[in-house]
Design a protein. Structure first.
Length: 92
């Protein structure tokens, strides 16, 4: 996966290991398009671009698999607004 981001279907998230911690984007698994619900980055890593790194990896994986997303997470909505190259992946 891109930039060290791992898809963990058992936890319904894409995750980026950060030492003993994990940053993650959570989703609902039983839907297509996938619903992206929440982005979480440990406070110690705030402001370092971790959430953007996760977002880019998730949207690139969605693109390569031919899937789209419903974005419920405010961070991801703002990310797509700034990175219009992913707007075609957003459903509804």
């Amino acid at each position: 996966m891109l930039d060290g981001v791992i898809h963990n279907p058992a936890m319904r998230r894409w995750e980026l290991p950060l030492g003993d911690m994990v940053a993650a984007i959570y989703y609902r698994a039983d839907e297509d398009p996938v619903t992206l619900t929440h982005t979480e980055v440990p406070n110690e890593y705030s402001g370092q671009g971790i959430a953007s790194r996760l977002a880019r990896a998730v949207f690139e994986e969605l693109r390569s698999s031919g899937r789209r997303a419903i974005v419920k997470c405010p961070f991801l909505s703002a990310y797509v607004a700034k990175h219009r190259e992913y707007s075609d992946l957003v459903a509804g």
